[in-house]
Design a protein around this ligand. Structure first.
Ligand code: SF4
Length: 219
């Protein structure tokens, strides 16, 4: 059976070691497992190379490739990793192997079946992404303080929208909230000023890996 962890395969874009660029884990050496494929097309997507293709790899050999790096922190990302059903056994197997595991997901798919040991980093897509109709609002009921919610914002209209979502949904009571500017579109200092003016209980972040290396695949 394909979903059996012994025989499962995944479609993989890349595995690499880098510094985590986002979330409360920013700055930590992390092994990234980037799964291929995504059903969304965010206007500002920075990983379109993950949409197509990818190498088909057995779950067991993927675990071995992660282990080769000798790093205790792993991030499963994409693309949209949950678009592959074998992402769930992969996440469980990584947790079983003792890693500290995070999952970056678009927020468009069901996160409720993800292993509870995984820190789920769930996007809420604002209108500027062009994919706000895909937000799966039911996900919010499944999140815990162990998870994080991320908004990537292109302009002031996106910021206003996100601020109202934070307030109306009382997100600060759910888990940490991340606000990021779209690189090259929204100057980070503008976003910082808006957050401060509103006393908004969110964590502003810029993508550390892009500060260090630009928009380079595998970094
Ligand atoms: S969900 Fe992520 S990978 Fe998919 S199009 Fe949007 S930004 Fe790109």
């Amino acid at each position: 059976m394909e979903s059996n962890a012994q025989t499962a395969t995944l479609r993989l874009t890349e595995v690499f070691l880098s510094l985590q660029g986002e979330t409360s884990r920013a700055g930590l050496p992390t092994v990234f497992v980037r799964l291929a494929g995504c059903p969304l097309r965010c206007r500002w997507c920075d990983t379109p190379y993950s949409f197509q293709g990818g190498e088909t790899v057995p779950l067991a050999s993927l675990l071995a490739r992660v282990a080769d790096y000798g790093v205790p922190t792993v991030c499963v990302t994409g693309g949209e990793p949950l678009a592959q059903k074998n992402c769930l056994p992969l996440l469980a197997a990584l947790c079983d192997a003792g890693y500290s595991v995070s999952l970056e997901t678009s927020g468009a798919l069901d996160v409720s079946l993800v292993d509870a040991r995984v820190s789920r980093i769930v996007d809420i897509k604002p209108p500027g992404s062009g994919e706000d109709a895909r937000n799966r609002w039911e996900n919010l009921a499944h999140l815990t303080p162990h998870d994080e919610i991320k908004f990537v914002l292109a302009d002031h209209a996106d910021y206003d929208w996100a601020r109202e979502v934070v307030r109306e949904q009382k997100l600060a009571q759910v888990c940490p909230i991340l606000f990021s500017p779209v690189q090259g579109e929204l100057p980070p200092a503008h976003l910082a000023d808006w957050i401060l003016a509103d006393r908004l209980p969110v964590r502003m972040q810029v993508q550390l890996h892009k500060v260090l290396w630009g928009n380079t695949p595998g970094k």
